[in-house]
Design a binder for this molecule. Structure first.
Ligand code: MLT
Length: 263
């Protein structure tokens, strides 16, 4: 980066000098939605991750032609937003305790968001942690939606923007979850290697964590509490789907209340 600074010399004369500074963008990672503080996201580019399953579902719905996703924290707000649409235009999706909410069309399995169901539809989505992490990041400069499905594309987009970024892991039940941490570590690793980004201590830690599982993300499953919960409820294929890396390069972006494809 080239900058000009004016220095005051002795005898009150001034001189402008050109200097060449190298500034590396910084990557920070927030461990869970419960730990989200505004100073960590305000004015930054923010990538929100909820691998199991909200951000994977959002990405899948957009890949399959959904018009937009409207995230909302409360079930009552979701019903309120839905009531403003004409019949057939919108669908209510999401979960509480990993299962469909009464009166909703869809739960939170990516397999429910296939093309024949979501094409051209607005999806109003509320989940326990994922939509909370998204809504908690609203003071960011840009908010994009990340998962293993599009991790390399997300790292590339953030790297090309060349401003400080924060990766917000949604976590589960107020705490850190391993699957979100591994995905954040993957993004941090790519940003450091390809764009020379400087990693915060936690981002540095998660990069190493990811490297330990890089060849076999599935082997981390036994330590993932939320994955174990989903497995116990019969969602094995969901978990396997959510752990696939780089099956798309779309960038879902939250702008003015709706998530659409940025590119
Ligand atoms: C969440 O937002 O907490 C998750 O997406 C829960 C789930 O697995 O459905």
């Amino acid at each position: 980066m080239i900058c000009w600074i004016t220095v005051k010399l002795r005898h009150k004369s001034y001189r402008t000098i050109v200097c060449n500074t190298t500034y590396n963008m910084r990557i920070d990672i927030v461990a869970s939605a419960a730990e989200l503080k505004q100073e960590r996201v305000k004015g930054k580019n923010v990538a929100v991750i909820d691998v199991l399953r909200a951000t994977t579902v959002i990405t899948t719905a957009l890949m399959n032609g959904a018009k937009e996703i409207i995230p909302t924290e409360e079930v009552s707000t979701a019903f309120e937003i839905y009531s403003k649409y004409h019949s057939g235009e919108a669908l209510l999706g999401g979960e509480r305790n990993a299962v469909r909410i009464e009166g909703f069309h869809l739960a939170n399995s990516p397999f429910e968001y296939m093309e024949d169901v979501v094409h051209h539809k607005t999806i109003i989505l509320t989940t326990t942690n994922g939509t909370r992490a998204l809504m908690g990041s609203l003071t960011a400069n840009n908010i994009i939606v990340a998962s293993f499905l599009n991790a390399t594309a997300i790292a590339t987009w953030l790297g090309e923007q060349d401003i400080d970024s924060t990766i917000v892991c949604a976590g589960s039940a107020e705490i850190y979850t391993l699957e979100d941490a591994l995905c954040a570590g993957m993004i941090a690793k790519i940003m450091e290697e390809r764009f020379g980004a400087t990693l915060s201590d936690f981002a540095f830690t998660l990069k190493f964590l990811y490297e330990g599982y890089e060849g076999n993300i599935m082997s981390a499953l036994t330590h993932c509490q939320h994955a174990q919960l989903l497995l116990s409820k019969g969602f094995r294929s969901d978990v396997e789907y959510c752990l696939q890396k780089d099956i798309t390069d779309i960038i879902p972006r939250l702008n003015e209340g709706a998530i659409t494809i940025e590119r």
